[in-house]
Design a protein around this ligand. Structure first.
Ligand code: SF4
Ligand code: SF4
Length: 391
């Protein structure tokens, strides 16, 4: 088979396995990407994601060929998911509801994609003869956006995600590394131009420069990867985002073509309606068992109940809706300090806006029983906040 026929056959197979885009590159990261990664880690912008700064993993990330001995080609693939059915204004206005990133409305993409990448890799064996191969979905140290760009799948936008001219950015990436020699595609051309919509809209100013996201400020990192007490200065900026953040994608002009809420005919992640804009009270009432049941097979399991309910407390604190106070009070005795600490903060936000100085009695009682230092600190700051606003 000629090169072009081989590629056309691989693409057709990729489509059969549910991938909308399939391009090929060599297992090399450009100097520019490697330098940018090093600078990002040197500045500590990976936050608590310590594994990203580990020397051996960093080296592997910068040298994709190290992921598979004698790797000759990388096939980069994109699997689409249904974009949010709401725009930014609608999502932020729904203050009794939480916003969950669109990719997390259904099944966990790691599982779904890995199975399909393996099936495609088996087809490659049949097509090209037996070769060594490895498949990756997000978990290994692979510079996936850089590889997608050099394979021509799409360019890395100023928000650092990959964009395709027709499909926008509502897709997830996976890779097959192989020792088979496959003709590479031409690299993608960047079409961000003078646009800065993603930088301008970012609620926490996390895109500190074009193509540089400081993870420590990014709501996706804070709500999913970071498992501690969220810095106070960032809480009010998080609004009602309880799992991830899609703001930079929602405003990107290249996503206008991708269609707001236009459900994919065959979204392999099977989005569930109840996860689009979940009711905050129902989320706060989840116990361990109901959390596991509600988010069965979902990527939201990553935060655990403690992380999700922490985020829900922040969303309630930002809502301006005093109707949440009884629900927050009900979790002040939760076994998890992270939840107690953020619940008391949220009560402080709402009580100070609504002149509910009576909440001080509740918090004083909580303080008497509290043993955890971090929660005691939250209680102390909350009491100061309420008293200050009551003066
Ligand atoms: S995901 Fe949200 S917080 Fe993170 S860079 Fe994009 S807009 Fe900013
Ligand atoms: S919003 Fe504008 S600058 Fe940001 S990624 Fe999209 S096109 Fe590029």
């Amino acid at each position: 088979m000629r090169n072009q026929e081989v590629k056309a056959t691989i693409r057709a197979k990729a489509v059969q396995h549910g991938f909308a885009l399939c391009c090929v590159t060599r297992p090399q990261a450009g100097r520019m990407h490697a330098d940018a990664l090093q600078g990002w880690v040197d500045a500590g912008m990976q936050g608590d994601m310590g594994w990203m700064a580990e020397k051996s993993r960093l080296q592997r990330r910068m040298n994709p060929s190290s992921m598979l001995t004698e790797a000759s080609s990388v096939i980069t693939l994109a699997m689409r998911y249904t974009p949010p059915a709401y725009d930014l204004a609608e999502a932020s206005a729904a203050t009794v509801r939480g916003v969950v990133s669109a990719y997390a409305h259904g099944d966990d993409y790691h599982e779904v994609m890995k199975k399909r990448l393996k099936a495609l890799a088996a087809d490659l064996d049949a097509l090209l003869g037996k070769h060594d191969q490895r498949v990756f979905v997000d978990t290994a140290p692979v510079l996936e956006h850089a590889l997608a760009e050099s394979a021509g799948l799409g360019w890395q936008g100023k928000h650092t995600l990959t964009i395709h001219r027709q499909l926008g950015s509502w897709f997830l990436l996976g890779e097959i590394f192989t020792t088979a020699v496959i003709e590479p595609d031409a690299p993608a051309v960047n079409h961000c131009g003078s646009c800065s919509a993603c930088i301008d809209v970012c609620p926490t100013a996390a895109i500190i420069a074009p193509y540089v996201v400081d993870a420590r400020l990014c709501i996706s990192y804070l709500t999913i990867e970071f498992d501690g007490f969220i810095p106070h200065a960032l809480r009010s900026l998080m609004g009602n985002r309880i799992y991830g953040c899609d703001d930079c994608q929602l405003v990107c002009p290249w996503n206008e073509h991708a269609g707001k809420g236009a459900a994919l005919e065959d979204d392999l992640l099977k989005p569930r309606g109840e996860n689009h804009l979940p009711d905050l009270v129902s989320m706060l009432q989840l116990d361990e068992g109901s959390f596991r049941l509600h988010f069965r097979k979902s990527p939201v399991r990553r935060t655990g109940r403690r992380g999700l309910l922490r985020n829900v407390c922040i969303a309630m604190g930002n809502s301006g809706d005093a109707g949440f106070i009884p629900h927050l009070t009900a979790v002040l005795a939760d076994a998890e300090p992270l939840i107690r600490g953020h619940a008391v903060w949220a009560i402080g936000q709402l009580a100070s806006q609504e002149n509910r100085a009576d909440m001080l009695d509740v918090i004083v009682r909580m303080n008497a029983a509290e043993k955890n230092d971090a929660v005691r600190e939250e209680i102390s700051l909350t009491m100061q906040h309420i008293r200050m606003n009551d003066d």
